[in-house]
Design a protein around this ligand. Structure first.
Ligand code: PEP
Ligand code: MN
Length: 336
């Protein structure tokens, strides 16, 4: 970290700042130019609060040389993390497709969809039991009963299940859930992230609606610093000025993350676009961009879905999309 001081900063002010920085375990070197003085901080600067340093009125600018995330940083862990979900691996060349309805609605619905997506090649099943809805009057999910039904579908198909948590108070209900999803709206629910850091289950961490890649990685850092290193990042589109799609899929985030972190990255083209016919082309684009997997909404009767029908593929559409996904994956794995 480099601190640039304002022109004419007095020696006593420089000493005051150096003494303040003594409290942190960093070494400080002072370089005085003709007009400008700079302080270089070397060591682990992650606990140095930028805001407190900025509050010294004679500090002109602060430049971070190192990223503020450590555990998630590729520099500290160059090998890709492979998250193992009861034998289903994501990351480091292992590609998986998670599929299922937005919400669990009934036993018949979840089992029918689970069997269909498995037959098409999905290896993990999704389904919301606790639903984060904009309106309190909209369907809120079957909650505990929804998780029971997911467990039934797991028993029927053998597929591990992925479902969203909205409150740490619900954690006991997630005992037999294989992957806990943190939705976009909770990406910065730091108390929830801290609790999940103490779990030994993989966490699917979705990107917040208006969060930068660095903020997203700092949320992963919350979980990792608690001890849980099994995180899968999920790009699901961000808010932009564009209204033609529900969100704007930031595929560049996949390539940026591949450079910055060792954690696996998957893409959710369903919530990113909100429109069924865009799901397949963006699934293929995500694979080309280097994603480690996809999470796709599939419903056995999208017109009657209680949530997100317009973006849900029918099992037949999903089957066709999976054929193209497999073809593209094979092509990408082939040496040319
Ligand atoms: C979901 O996956 O069901 C969901 C609500 O997604 P997001 O948090 O990305 O909006
Ligand atoms: Mn949904």
């Amino acid at each position: 970290m480099v601190l640039i001081l304002k022109d004419g900063t007095s020696d006593s002010n420089i000493m005051e700042l150096v003494e303040y920085l003594d409290a942190y375990n960093v070494s400080v070197s002072v370089t005085k130019g003709e007009h400008t003085t700079i302080l270089c901080l070397v060591g682990d600067t992650s606990s140095v609060s930028q805001e407190s340093v900025q509050s010294f009125s004679f500090v002109e600018d602060i430049r971070r040389i190192q990223e503020p995330y450590k555990a998630a940083n590729k520099k500290s862990h160059p090998e890709p993390t492979v998250v193992d979900i009861n034998g289903v691996k994501i990351g480091g060349g292992n590609f998986q497709v998670i599929a299922g309805p937005c919400s669990v609605e009934s036993e018949e619905q979840i089992i029918e969809v689970a069997k269909a997506v498995k037959a098409s090649g999905a290896t993990l099943m999704r389904g919301g039991a606790f639903k984060p809805r904009t309106s309190p009057y909209a369907f809120q999910g079957l909650r505990a009963e929804g998780i029971e039904l997911l467990l039934e579908a797991k028993k029927e198909t053998g597929m591990p299940i992925v479902t969203e948590i909205m409150s740490a108070a619900h954690l006991p209900l997630f005992d037999h859930v294989d992957v806990i999803q943190v939705g976009a709206r909770n990406m910065q629910n730091f108390e929830l992230l801290k609790v999940l850091g103490k779990q030994d289950k993989p966490i699917l961490l979705k990107r917040g609606l208006a969060n930068t890649i660095e903020e997203w990685l700092m949320s992963a850092e919350y979980i990792m610093s608690g001890g849980n290193k099994n995180i899968i990042l999920c790009e699901r589109g961000i808010r932009s000025f564009e209204t033609a799609t529900r969100n704007t899929l930031d595929l560049s985030a996949v390539t940026v993350l591949k450079e910055k972190t060792h954690l696996p990255v998957i893409v959710d083209p369903s919530h990113a676009t909100g429109i069924v016919q865009y799901v397949e082309p963006l699934s293929l684009a995500a694979i080309a961009a280097g994603a480690d997997g996809l999470i796709i909404e599939v419903h056995n009767n999208p017109q009657k879905a209680l949530c997100d029908g317009p973006q849900s593929l029918t099992p037949e559409q999903f089957d066709n999309t999976m054929k193209k996904i497999k073809k593209l994956r094979r092509f990408m794995e082939t040496e040319i």
